[in-house]
Design a protein around this ligand. Structure first.
Ligand SMILES: [Zn+2]
Length: 263
């Protein structure tokens, strides 16, 4: 599932491709047809992201709200677009570019009030100017382990399963320490790490947590699981200790027992 760096990456890319243009909006598959009619022929003002949610804001005040979920996938195409491939829920056709969307969890037209309701349920997004204090307020009261808290979008918005593992590893934190037991200094470090790793992800359009030195090549070239320190790996990229996994918040969490001793 795309994590927060990717929604911001898409928002920036799609703004560059389509903003300021009158869009033809369709739903080749049909499930979005009614909503597509509401915004087709309107000018797309901008695309923004908040956590794992995306908002295509039209001059008319209407907004296409998208959550990619596990299977949502964008495809960038030219104009005029070729025949749709698979179940294309949403097709946005601009002057020179077309964007198709298949398989999202959410794709609907909403107004600003509904968008606010979505935003109110989310914790701070480090890539959208979210406030550190808002995350700390919830974490310091929580009796859940930090490894579970980090996946809770109402605490920090945008962290998924890969970021969770890599952020905890980056700050040397055991995933089972409870929020209420987390020292403030460690939380500060965790927030800094989250921001930094998300910014790197946004810059390259993919999560990369190893350094160029660890990877033995420029960051932009690192592919697959070689991009990570612990996620999906047999051995830790930093210390080479075997990585183990635990089940936390119903998802598999990778950790290095040697690097992540703070608890
Ligand atoms: Zn390690």
């Amino acid at each position: 599932m795309p994590e927060g760096h990717k929604t911001h990456f898409f928002a920036r890319e799609h703004s560059q491709l389509l903003a300021g243009q009158v869009l033809k909006v369709t739903s080749p598959q049909g499930r979005f047809r009614g909503d597509a009619r509401k915004v087709s022929g309107k000018i797309l003002a901008q695309v923004t992201a908040l956590g794992k949610h995306m908002f295509y804001e039209f001059d008319s005040g209407q907004i296409i709200h998208i959550h990619l979920g596990r299977y949502g996938k964008f495809r960038n195409l030219a104009c005029p677009p070729p025949a749709p491939v698979g179940q294309v829920r949403l097709r946005m056709i601009g002057d020179e570019n077309t964007i198709d969307l298949n398989g999202p969890t959410t794709c609907r037209v909403i107004d600003d009030e509904l968008r606010q309701q979505v935003a109110n349920k989310l914790g701070p997004d480090p890539l959208a100017g979210g406030r550190k204090a808002d995350a700390w307020e919830k974490i310091q009261k929580s009796k859940k382990p930090i490894g579970a808290i980090l996946l809770d979008q109402s605490v920090i918005a945008g962290i998924g399963n890969i970021f969770r593992a890599e952020i905890l590893h980056d700050v040397g934190l055991s995933p089972d320490i409870r929020g209420c037991d987390l020292p403030r200094a460690k939380f500060d470090q965790l927030w800094r790490s989250t921001r930094r790793l998300m910014k790197v992800g946004l810059k390259y359009g993919k999560i990369v947590t190893v350094t160029a030195k660890q990877a033995g090549m420029p960051i932009a070239k690192v592919q697959g699981k070689e991009r990570f320190c612990v996620y999906g790996r047999k051995n830790c990229a930093v210390c080479d200790h075997p990585v183990d996994t635990i089940e936390l918040a119903s998802r598999k969490l990778y950790r290095c027992p040697s690097c992540q001793k703070v608890r």
